[in-house]
Design a protein around this ligand. Structure first.
Ligand code: NAP
Ligand code: ZN
Length: 351
């Protein structure tokens, strides 16, 4: 397949820092949109995969799946985009398109498996996908989102993964007036979960390991915030919450949070700790509670989430960096030293 050379930032091994490199992207196919990457968020899933947390990644790996840009070329059959349009890509860039899940906007659960925007076998090129830490991105228009005209486009980039990953379960489990929703872990996903759950009308209680985030959670819109090491404060929430979105990226005790659920309540895991989590039988048997998971969201739901966030003026609290600072950003993300999302200004990667 014809390819085009593109500048990018990636790493050759889990032990090596990211560096500037040249990758080969597929040439624009009849249904493809090509866009110049303007901004790309840094998600903890990028960090997991450059460290090989989920098994060996393809190398070199070019991360980045919160990608916002402007269209530079379109294939002959593209109907919904033209050169110059804003465009965005999140986690999914291909799926079978005809299974019951693809047909009902549940592409993340496609029977044939999805192609992720980076570090994923690419059925079209025969190679694997490279993410948004690069000058351009190319994918089928079906998986390209229309970006509303956010005032701060950089701060909107994290909606493409962090935003949809919390929007989808908040909607599915019914965040609404009269519902008390817990948010566990205030990082990139967690801080957007607070804003989105509030905009849906729910009452939001935050659980954090970081004393500095207790006050900040209220600034972000939470009704109440609890330091999870404070046993007395935690006990006040026993059997009080309808459901909890768990965004924690490392191994932690979920039983503590199952105990905070009302009858029929659910802890919804979206965080991806590489190690298995243990669940005590009585923590789910009592109260007929559930422990569930959720994986990003479908393409139509992602567009709905972007439009919802635009309407409610929701973007991420972002620290904008140049691509040359990306290794320091990953070190800080690993230590939990980011409030609350790094976003790369891709203009810093010179052609
Ligand atoms: P992040 O910004 O690093 O936030 C994670 C938060 O978890 C931290 O800010 C911290 O919050 C808490 N935390 C970290 N280590 C902890 C520990 N050992 N014990 C308790 N709490 C801890 O990460 P993110 O980008 O929001 O991503 C969160 C997780 O979701 C990652 O595992 C990522 O891979 C995953 N993810 C999943 C999906 C999906 O579709 N399911 C999509 C995107 C990301 P406090 O300081 O408040 O305690
Ligand atoms: Zn992500």
């Amino acid at each position: 397949m014809e390819t085009k050379q593109v500048k990018a930032y990636g790493s050759e091994a889990a032990t090596e820092p990211l560096k500037e490199m040249v990758i080969n992207r597929r040439a624009v196919q009849p249904h493809d949109v090509e866009f110049e990457v303007l901004y790309c968020g840094i998600c903890h899933s990028d960090l997991h995969q450059i460290k090989d947390d989920f098994g060996p990644s393809f190398r070199p790996i070019v991360p980045g799946h919160e990608i916002v840009g402007r269209v530079t070329a379109i294939g002959d059959h593209v109907k919904n985009f033209k050169v110059g349009d804003l465009a965005a890509v999140g986690c999914i860039v291909d799926a079978c398109g005809h299974c019951e899940y693809c047909e009902t906007d549940l592409e993340p659960f496609c029977d044939e498996g999805v192609t992720y925007s980076f570090n994923s076998p690419d059925k079209i090129s025969g190679g694997y996908t490279y993410g948004g830490f690069s000058k351009t991105y190319v994918c089928n228009e079906k998986y390209v989102l229309h970006m509303p005209e956010f005032k701060d486009m950089a701060a909107a980039a994290p909606l493409l993964c962090a935003g949809i990953t919390v929007y989808s379960p908040l909607k599915h489990w019914g965040a609404a007036p009269g519902k008390k929703v817990g948010v566990l872990g205030i990082g990139g996903l967690g801080h957007l979960a607070i804003k989105i759950a509030k905009a849906m009308g729910a009452e939001v209680v935050v659980f954090t390991t970081s004393p500095s985030k207790v006050e900040d959670a209220k600034r972000l819109g939470a009704d109440e915030a609890v330091l999870s090491s404070d046993e007395e404060a935690m006990a006040k929430y026993n059997r009080k919450l309808h459901f909890i979105i768990d965004t924690v990226s490392a191994k932690h005790d979920v039983n503590t949070y199952l105990n905070l659920l009302r009858h029929d309540g659910t802890v919804v895991l979206v965080g991806l700790p590489p190690e298995p989590l243990e669940i005590g039988a009585f923590n789910v048997v009592s109260g007929r509670r559930s422990f569930a998971g959720s994986n990003i969201g479908g393409i139509a739901e992602t567009q709905e989430m972007l439009d919802f966030c635009f309407k409610h003026n929701i973007t991420a609290e972002s620290e904008i960096i140049n691509i040359q600072e990306v290794n320091t950003a990953f070190e800080r993300l690993e230590k939990g030293d980011v409030k609350y999302r790094f976003v790369i200004d891709m203009a810093s990667l010179k052609i």
